[in-house]
Design a protein around this ligand. Structure first.
Ligand code: B4P
Length: 191
């Protein structure tokens, strides 16, 4: 099994690159953002709760996200490996993921961290907001709140994995294909 975390601020291209990576490496894609948006579309109680946080640019509470990932891992026992996209986003989530993976006796191989400037993030998300219908992309204040959440609560997750020498920084600016090649080089050297 090969488990990978794709890490980076909102709009750094985690979702974009995940699609290409799962297709090349046959990993199971677990995106907490996608899972939450799916709950919102189905208007479930979990989705209604998540929406109230996401619309403000805040993180959804840890217990909600952790239980969602726990179920997704159970439902995909036969996966060749997992690509975690947008998870973990807090130290509590990182510790919970380690425990879940310990039970499966399969650790995180590497965290690939996309490095993108704040100006570029803002530009990308505002452009996406014109067409995505995502309420958290249309308002600059909400986007800035998401970036602030990243600095306040998520950046420490990289420090957590750095202790285990698992973090690799990857330049996340340039064409989608060039960034994909950079990520593949890092993955291929570790498989
Ligand atoms: P996510 O769904 O994880 O999304 P994201 O961080 O906003 O974007 P991502 O990095 O995937 O960017 P993308 O590839 O789409 O989170 C949304 C919200 O869900 C969070 O704010 C939070 O409220 C909640 N949530 C999710 N996970 C959570 C967790 N674990 N705990 C608590 N809350 C959680 O790219 C963005 C745009 O850039 C796209 O339009 C794309 O086309 C463009 N783009 C990509 N690469 C580009 C490139 N190289 N050049 C130019 N544009 C590019």
């Amino acid at each position: 099994m090969f488990n990978l975390i794709l890490f980076g601020p909102p709009g750094s291209g985690k979702g974009t690159q995940s699609e290409k990576l799962i297709s090349r490496y046959g990993l199971k894609h677990l995106s907490t953002g996608d899972l939450l948006r799916h709950e919102i579309t189905r208007n479930t109680p979990l989705g209604q709760e998540a929406k109230s946080f996401m619309d403000k640019g805040s993180l959804v509470p840890d217990e909600v996200v952790i239980s969602m990932i726990g179920s997704a891992l159970d439902e995909n026992q036969d996966a060749k490996g997992f690509l975690f996209d947008g998870f973990p986003r807090t130290s509590t989530q990182a510790e919970a993921l380690d425990k879940l993976l310990e039970l499966k006796k399969t650790p995180i191989a590497v965290m690939l961290a996309l490095d993108v400037s704040e100006d570029e993030l803002l530009k990308r998300l505002l452009i996406r907001g014109e067409t995505s219908g995502r309420s958290d992309d249309t308002n600059e204040q909400v986007i800035r709140a998401r970036i602030k959440e990243y600095h306040d609560k998520t950046l420490v997750v990289a420090d957590y994995y750095r202790k285990f020498r698992k973090v690799v920084m990857v330049n996340g600016e340039g064409s989608v294909d060039n960034i994909f090649q950079r990520l593949c080089i890092e993955i291929d050297s570790r498989r």
